[in-house]
Structure formats: structure tokens, C-alpha cells
Ligand binder design. Sequence first.
Ligand code: SAM
Length: 267
Amino acid sequence: MSKENLLNLEEVVSFSSYAHTMVKSEDGSYTAFSEQFQEHYHSTRDGALHESLYKHVIPAFDHHKDKEELTILDICFGLGFNTLATLYYLRENKIKKRLRIFSPEFDAELIASLHDFTYPDTFHSLIPIIQTLSREHVYEDEFVYIELYIGDARAYLQGCNELFDIVYQDAFSPSVNPLLWTREYFKEIASLLKEDAILTTYSIALKTRLALYENGFYIYINQGDGHRDATFATLQPVGAYKAVNMPHKIACNQDVESLSDALCAHL
Ligand SMILES: C[S@@+](CC[C@H](N)C(=O)[O-])C[C@H]1O[C@@H](n2cnc3c(N)ncnc32)[C@H](O)[C@@H]1O
């Protein structure tokens, strides 16, 4: 879509120049469409806020309800919904936990433009936080420390010294953003996790689940009213959830392979 065409659309605002278009999603919250990746930042059908809460935040915090301090890896920051929805969920439910959130994002222009983005009303009290992150890439108060890394997520992981309780795996889809879904990528992620960590993702692709499974993850279906199925994965089995029978899936789909860094080099 040309810049001229974009400027004719009603939904376009000054947000991040012509690289992104702001689009209203099904739950009334706005998401964005990326010209570079030709994808929306969230499922427009599930809704941006709804997707963040139900595919990422709620399963992660249900899993860790007893822990008082959590370290989170938010891959990648984008519009910041997963980080903001986390803070919103804790405030709304009066849950007191100390959080440290780390989030790589290579689109510096996007981050700088977030003060122009129309966030849901429910994020109203969090607007000063997003404004600080947009300007300074770091925010801290009594309960939360948030740090953005402006650069490539794979480079960030290689230099990372943290051990995470939660990973929000929310890159663009494997077909357009493959290097953040390979078996080597998930190996790096697995090496940065605590034993009881959880990884949440909207992807239900067998290739994604296989790349996780090959790195020792147990794979579960995140099913619920009002959103399409998603996945979460853990390094230890968790009883209460519906597991994906990976040996059976592999036996039924013998041609399927996880993505690899080598394959991505040829795409
Ligand atoms: C689907 S969006 C993330 C949505 C975000 N979690 C949110 O809630 O708004 C994917 C993001 O990944 C970023 N991205 C893609 N590949 C990246 C990479 N290799 N390193 C850092 N950021 C990357 C894109 O710029 C985009 O902002």
C-alpha cells in the first residue's frame, strides 16, 4: 500500500508515520498493521487487549499465582500490549507482585511514536509508563522494573544474563518472522528459563510446537471462550491443562519439520 493510499484511510493517524496503520480490533481496542511485515500486531478477530490478556497474561499468572517476584521476557515489545496488560491485570485484581520485564524491539521509530498510539481506556493510568518507555526505554517504580532493548532479539538473547519465569512469545507469524521461531531460537530461550517457567504464544502451528518440543518443552493447548486456541509450554509437566500429544502429532505428520536457522538463511 502506498503512503498516499494510507493517508486516505480513515483509520490512519500520525502514529509512526507510514510504516504502521492503526486498526480497530474486534474488542474495540486498536492494534496496528505493519507495512514491513504485512501483518497485524494482534489478531483483529480476538482483539488486541483480549488477545494479550487471554493468550499471554492470564495463563502465565495462573501458572505463577504463588510466586511473589517474576521476571518476564516480552518478545517483542511492539505496541507494548503484553507488558501493559500485565500491569493492568495485576492492578485490576489487586495482585501484589514484584515484576522485572525485559523486552527487545528493533523498531526504534515505532517505540518513539507510541505516545501517539490510541490505547484502550482501561490502560488510562498506565499512559505515563508507556510515555516514559517510549522516551527513555526504561521505567521503574516500587513494584516494577521495565527495560526495552532497542535491537535484534536474537542478539539480545545471546548477551542476556537473566533467568525468566515467563516468556510472552509474540513475534510476527513464523512465515514472515521465521528467525524468532526456529529450534535454535527456542534452544536459546530454554537456556534462559527457570525450571518452572512458562512460555505463552498465540501460535498453534505444529512447526512451532515441534521446535519447542525438540528443546524439552511440554506443550499445552490454551483454550477458552472468546479467543481462538493458543499454546503454552513449560519445562516441567503441569497437570491441570490439556496437553498436546506430540508423539502422536509427529507420527501423523511425518513430513513436518521445525524451522531452523539454516533454513531461514535460504528463505
Ligand atoms: C506481533 S508484534 C509484537 C506485538 C507486541 N507484543 C504487542 O503486544 O504490541 C512483533 C514485533 O516484533 C518486532 N520484531 C520482529 N523481529 C524482530 C527482531 N528480530 N528483533 C527485535 N524485534 C523484532 C517487530 O518490530 C514488532 O514490533
